[in-house]
Design a protein around this ligand. Structure first.
Ligand code: NAD
Length: 490
């Protein structure tokens, strides 16, 4: 019998009011039901929002002088997650598909993010100044207050780290948060929300409602009690979120799709570039990362050698169940993802592209029950192929030669997206010109596309707006109240 996962509403485990449930299956073996989950609807969202409103009105949590107490909850929580890390990582691999090592990495990133924001305890402060207005002295003050009730809408690809990016700053700032995970990956997020209760968050401050986007998601977007929406997901849904949030003028952060380019210059460390692009950049999480390396532009004089290196390293990756220690890459999260990836490859091949590694789904033997696809490198992809234009959310890497940095920049900037971008070069001149010319919110120089709590994350153009992580990520969860107080005559 598969384990039952209930929602967390008002600090307690809750079945859906309707009593309905849905199944979450293992993408490496669809015969395995990993969990049976409450199928919430609009009524369950309203229950969670009522509980959150009561908690904000009557508990100690949002008071501006209680940030040290909130910080202690965040620290206890980080310790609890650390204690349960192995169990949570196994669950994450079984529901999401990513390899165990990467699941542990996601949990480490969650712990690190909570630890980072716990460090703001006692340090969330405005400013006080004294100014003269004619012959009057005025004390002017800015006070940083929580926004109130915030929602976190999460995608299926990083259910744990993206949870932390939203929940940790929301909580240290004194807000309540309602979490809606993706329907294929709700289980680890339910466990994580249950640990928040154990860590001491007052009932109602952190809730999770699972269920369809069309009811649970839609109710969150439209309900007037929700003051802020942090959304991570596709650009298409991001536009709907922005529209739905606009009548009530809700605060919105949109972390959307990306088609991140990486440029490899002649003077790059080619070994390190190859290893990083293959092992982390493109094929981590089976290519389902917003900041995956989705296009590579290589200076012409090293192009053939570099393609050869990429193809060999990629072909050596072992695909399989993420719980098997030798596996380098797991399955895609669901069949729709695999069909989309196949469409990208077929579109390129029809236009006379050449596959130099991988290129097809895996269905035989141990792969029969999962959504496996070979890690793929593809060259001679013409300009009009979808791979250069749209976001391919799977393990396919197109590579193209370029004359010089200016051509690389022009091509890199040629999509509607602007999330991240990478450069491999040892020349300061090339590096500085790249940073100046690239249209992206994040830049990685001679390094993997890693996210770090200390520094903001977010995109430009169709990749969204607003920032998560760092001091800017915290500022998104605070209102500034500006106060002028008459002191007396100068
Ligand atoms: P998605 O847009 O399909 O879904 C994201 C979340 O929104 C899910 O919880 C889904 O249930 C919910 N949702 C869908 N329709 C909704 C609606 N009408 N109203 C309310 N909620 C709704 O995205 P996905 O397929 O889960 O994730 C993949 C996408 O996320 C990719 O485009 C990827 O690039 C992007 N992503 C971006 C970042 C970033 O930080 N920029 C990070 C990770 C993933």
């Amino acid at each position: 019998m598969a384990e039952v996962f209930r929602m967390i509403i008002n600090g307690r485990s809750a079945d859906a009011r309707s009593g309905e449930t849905f199944e979450v299956r293992n993408p490496a073996n669809v015969d395995e039901v990993v969990g049976v989950v409450a199928k919430g609807d609009r009524d369950d969202v309203r229950d969670a929002l009522r509980a959150a409103t009561t908690a904000l009105e009557s508990s100690w949590w949002p008071r501006i002088y209680e940030s040290r107490r909130r910080g202690k909850v965040l620290q206890r929580y980080a310790a609890l997650v650390e204690e349960h890390k192995d169990r949570l990582a196994r669950l994450l691999t079984r529901e999401q598909g990513k390899i165990y090592r990467e699941s542990v990495g996601e949990l480490d990133s969650l712990v690190s993010t909570f630890d980072y924001y716990a460090g703001y305890a006692g340090k969330i402060a405005g400013e006080v100044k004294y100014v003269r207005d004619g012959d009057s002295v005025i004390k002017v003050e800015t006070r940083k207050q929580p926004i109130g009730l915030c929602a976190a809408i999460l995608p299926f690809n990083f259910p744990v780290s993206l949870y932390a990016w939203k929940v940790a700053p929301a909580l240290i700032a004194g807000n309540a948060v309602l979490i809606k995970p993706a329907s294929t990956t709700p289980l680890t997020d339910i466990m994580l929300t249950s640990l928040l209760q154990e860590a001491g968050a007052p009932p109602g401050i952190a809730s999770i409602v699972t269920g369809p986007a069309s009811t649970v998601g839609d109710e969150i977007l439209r309900h007037p009690a929700v003051k802020r929406i942090a959304f991570t997901g596709s650009t298409e849904v991001g536009r709907l979120v922005a529209q739905a949030a606009s009548p009530a003028l809700k605060h919105v952060t949109l972390e959307l799709g990306g088609s991140d380019p990486t440029v490899v210059a002649t003077d790059a460390d080619l070994e390190m570039a190859t290893d990083t692009i293959v092992r982390f950049g493109r094929f981590r999480n089976a290519g389902q990362s917003c900041t995956s390396v989705k296009r590579v532009y290589v200076f012409a004089s090293i192009y053939e050698r570099f393609v050869d290196m990429l193809a060999k390293t990629t072909a050596a990756l072992r695909v399989g169940d993420g719980l098997v220690p030798e596996t380098d890459m797991g399955p895609l999260n669901n069949e729709q993802q695999r069909l989309d990836v196949e469409r990208f490859v077929a579109d390129a091949v029809t236009r006379k592209a050449t596959v130099v590694a991988g290129g097809r789904r895996l269905e035989e033997g141990p792969y029969a029950k999962g959504f496996f696809f070979q890690p793929t490198v593809i060259v001679d992809v013409p300009d009009d192929a979808a791979l250069w234009r749209d976001e391919c959310f799977g393990p396919v890497l197109p590579v193209m030669p370029v004359r010089d940095l200016e051509e690389a920049l022009e091509r890199a900037n040629s999509t509607p997206f602007g999330l991240g971008a990478g450069l491999w070069s040892s020349s300061d001149h090339t590096i500085e010109r790249f940073i100046e010319g690239i249209e992206s919110g994040i830049v990685w120089i001679n390094y993997k596309p890693l996210s770090i709590p200390e520094t903001p994350f977010g995109g430009v153009k169709d990749s969204g707006h607003g920032r998560e992580l760092g001091a800017e990520g915290l500022a998104e969860y605070l209102e500034t109240k500006s106060i002028r107080k008459y002191i007396g005559k100068a």
